[in-house]
Design a protein around this ligand. Structure first.
Ligand code: UDP
Length: 458
């Protein structure tokens, strides 16, 4: 039996998959998690990555890594205009990516053949390259299904001349996607708005032209939107998320994670702490930062706050924080530059998560049954926040301009009041659905089996 399994494994090892992530934290994490899942299923893994934000290959000794030049430093990528960055990549990586892929395909060892390429949906240029080399391309979309459909609706509204919208704060239903409001339209502020719409249109066209679409989401969470997707995108679709629940974490973090977060949480009472983090890209101005700080202080609730260097526009780190702020809170607060987020959310002391609703953060919170305070800033975050607060009802939406009094009240509602308990019950139900979905026979489990057979069929 053992021998049979081993020889089966050896045969399956002969298929190789080449992956290419978009070089942003929220896209690198799920791509490398997916790579680990595929490796665990017997596939061999090569990752092509840009020089900018290159992953730490020493955390993945079982993968082969190839880096390509991207010209992003000249663009000033640290300013993180995600539309400018993605547009730049789609133009400037064509030649180096093609050369690298061509070399990989011609250098294959006898016993290894490349089955397909898996690329981030935003790297639409990879479609033409893969086509020219006769290599099937599967797409990984790292957001929620609902947000892709909302992006598709947004590009349709653009084609119909709907923008600019006069009242972007309107509660009216979004045309073409009425389950959202006009204020939830996933716009992204960028130097050149036309690039944004163009990016959406090309991304959607090249997703539809690809050989398959993988989601870091699961059927039970997005049942209705999945039905719409299957109707609008007639292609093989694999809902195999949440990826990070398959295997023990191996860090794809670009910043080092401060483990004092955990030792500090160890000293707090169960479900008493609010974890606060706005992910790897969102920035706030000084006034907003101070409202957040005073709101947290005034809530009376213990908090663990990730203040990423660059979070406050125009400052290196914590310079605007009033002198003696932490000392006055007398151990009730802990601030770090970057946390081991999945461990923090899984910690028994964590009672709530004030988040920008990036899709990874949203899924990670659901997987640990932690209710949210939603403060989306742009793009898919707006859609995720609406689903969390309005449809799944596992979080409260902080919709208005940041004011310390409102912040204090919303924190207490989530951590201390019955409303928070009710949300916790609902999110625990979702957590249970995750567990069932990943178990043998569950929807994500079966979808992964289909994906592996599909890859091996190329
Ligand atoms: N993250 C982390 N430590 C932190 C904050 C975030 O490890 O202090 C991770 C988090 O677990 C998630 C990713 O960074 O996997 C952020 O992705 P998300 O989609 O939530 O937001 P983005 O950074 O893309 O806006």
């Amino acid at each position: 039996m053992e021998n049979q399994r081993e020889s089966g494994m050896k045969e399956r090892k002969k298929r190789r998959v080449i992956l290419f992530p978009l070089p942003l934290q929220g896209h690198i994490n799920p791509m490398l998690q997916l790579a680990n899942i595929l490796y665990d299923k017997g596939l061999s893994i090569t990752v092509i990555h840009t020089n900018f934000n290159s992953p730490n290959s020493s955390n993945y000794p079982h993968f082969h890594f190839c880096s390509i030049p991207d010209g992003l430093l000249e663009l000033g990528a640290s300013s993180l205009d995600v539309v400018a960055l993605t547009t730049h990549l789609n133009v400037n990586c064509v030649v180096p990516f093609r050369d690298c892929l061509d070399k990989l395909l011609s250098n294959v060892e006898e016993e290894e053949s490349t089955a397909c390429l898996i690329t981030d949906a935003a790297c639409h240029f990879t479609h033409a390259v893969a086509d020219s080399l006769n290599l099937p391309r599967i797409v990984l979309r790292t957001s929620s299904i609902a947000s892709l459909l909302a992006f598709a609706a947004t590009s349709l509204l653009h084609e119909k001349g709907y923008f600019p919208i006069e009242d972007l704060g309107s509660e009216a239903p979004m045309p073409e996607f009425p389950s959202l409001r006009v204020k939830d339209i996933p716009l992204i502020h960028t130097q050149d708005e036309e690039n944004f719409y163009q990016l959406l249109i090309t991304m959607i066209t090249q997703i539809k032209a690809s050989s398959g679409l993988i989601w870091n989401s699961f059927q039970e969470l997005e049942q209705d939107t999945l039905k719409t997707l299957e109707h609008d995108f007639r292609m093989p679709i694999f809902t195999i998320g949440p990826f990070h629940k398959y295997l023990p974490a191996s860090s794809s973090s670009l910043l080092s994670q401060d483990t004092s977060s955990i030792s500090w949480l160890d000293k707090q009472a169960p479900k008493s702490v609010l974890y606060v983090s706005f992910g790897s890209i969102v920035a706030v101005n000084e006034t907003e930062f101070l409202e957040i700080a005073w709101g947290l202080a005034g809530s009376g609730v213990p908090f663990l706050w990730v203040v990423r260097p660059g979070l406050i526009r125009g400052y290196e780190w914590l310079e605007p924080l009033p002198k003696g702020f932490l000392e006055k809170l007398d151990g009730r607060a802990h601030i770090v530059k970057w946390a081991p987020q999945q461990e923090v959310l899984a910690h028994p002391a964590t009672g709530g998560f004030w988040t920008h609703n990036g899709w990874n953060s949203t899924l990670e919170s659901i997987c640990e049954g932690v209710p949210m305070i939603c403060q989306p800033c742009f793009g898919d975050q707006l859609v995720n926040a609406r689903y969390v607060s309005h449809f799944w009802r596992v979080g409260l939406h902080l919709e208005n301009r940041l004011k310390r009094g409102e912040i204090e009240r919303i924190i207490r509602r989530v951590i201390l009041e019955a409303e928070g308990e009710e949300m916790r019950d609902r999110i625990m139900d979702l957590k249970k659905k995750v567990d069932v979905s990943l178990r043998q026979g569950g929807s994500a489990y079966q979808s992964l089996e289909s994906l592996i057979s599909y890859i091996e069929s190329f």
